[in-house]
Design a protein around this ligand. Structure first.
Ligand code: RIB
Length: 315
């Protein structure tokens, strides 16, 4: 795909990370050193992952983010261009390095991640202000929490003020999340761990997720989606507060689940922007399928499917 300059219906305000990935048979215990069998570097960061997945499904997308003035940052900008994402508001700074994520993936495809957000934390109100034009014309804005929360909050306020649909992914989760994040979220989408941190409730089953979803709904979100990996998702909304469990494809031997949640969020943004007449339940069903494709190969963005590789009935 060639680089694109025009603004699109999907705007992502969020993070870019260089993923440093080691594959190991199992995850090490504290204090333990173990041998891994493979290492690779990839493009990651929840914001950028979501943006790339939406773009690969055919959405015109713009990324608002900050990378370092370093080789990782330069490479990242090229990566956006290759994926047809507008880089007009991808800023570079000399004051911090491009964000990096150390990721370990075991033989079951499970992962642990440590991020050093670096330049991501320097994305500020000024940067957002410069992008007012594209934000106000977007159909959907996605935000997460790998940049300064105050910047995400401001972005959501700007989107709301222009009637742009907001899709908020509170990852990584903060226990004392500013309550405005809930009221500013048209769609609030989190996984089980994030839900537990936000609500203090254990999420071990779809029934538990339904109960936690009701708590999040009461805080002011319009739609709450709790993603549960192989179990699919649980959906609750203002319009239909009875929790709905939406199962997903069974993947017998997942290779790498890293970034599957981002694939889901990016796909959901695509449907919200390009197929707004579908029910949210149907959007979730299709996004589940797309995320299930991503766990069949390793890496984050490297595992995300393109429209041409997916069944036509998804579009
Ligand atoms: O959600 C997966 C992502 O989390 C990785 O790409 C890593 O960069 C971290 O941000």
């Amino acid at each position: 795909m060639a680089g694109a300059a025009a603004a699109g219906p999907v705007v992502v305000v969020g993070s870019c990370m260089t993923d440093l990935v080691s594959l190991t048979a199992r995850l090490p215990k504290p204090g333990e050193t173990i041998h891994g069998h493979e290492f690779f570097i990839g493009f990651g960061g929840k914001g950028a992952n979501q943006c790339v997945q939406a773009a690969r499904l055919g959405a015109k997308t713009s990324m608002i983010c900050k990378v370092g003035k370093d080789s990782f940052g330069n490479d990242y900008i090229e990566n956006f261009k290759r994926n047809g994402i507008s880089t007009e508001f991808v800023h570079q700074t000399k004051d911090a390095s491009t964000g990096a994520a150390s990721i370990l993936v075991d033989n079951e495809g499970q992962n642990v991640i440590v991020i050093v957000a670096g330049a991501n934390m320097l994305l500020n109100f000024e940067d957002l202000k410069k992008a007012t034009g594209i934000i106000s014309k977007a159909k959907v804005m996605i935000c997460q929490l790998e940049i300064a929360p105050i910047t995400s909050l401001e972005a959501l306020k700007m989107a709301r003020a222009s009637g742009v649909k907001t899709l908020f992914n509170p990852a990584p989760a903060i226990a004392d999340l500013d309550p405005q994040f809930y009221t500013l979220s048209d769609v609030f989408c989190c996984n089980e761990t994030e839900t537990e941190i936000l609500t203090g409730l254990q999420v071990g089953s779809p029934t538990d997720a339904g109960k936690a979803g009701a708590v999040l709904l009461e805080r002011g979100c319009k739609v709450v989606i709790i993603t549960m990996g192989a179990e699919g998702c649980v959906l609750v909304s203002e319009e239909d507060p009875v929790p709905k469990h939406i199962p997903t494809e069974k993947v017998v031997k997942p290779v790498d689940t890293t970034g599957a949640g981002d694939s889901f969020v990016g796909a959901l943004a695509f449907y919200l922007a390009h197929h707004p007449d579908l029910s949210v339940e149907e959007m979730v069903r299709r996004s589940n399928f797309i995320a299930s494709v991503s766990v069949r190969s390793s890496g984050t963005q490297s595992s995300y499917p393109f429209k041409k590789d997916l069944p036509g009935n998804l579009f």
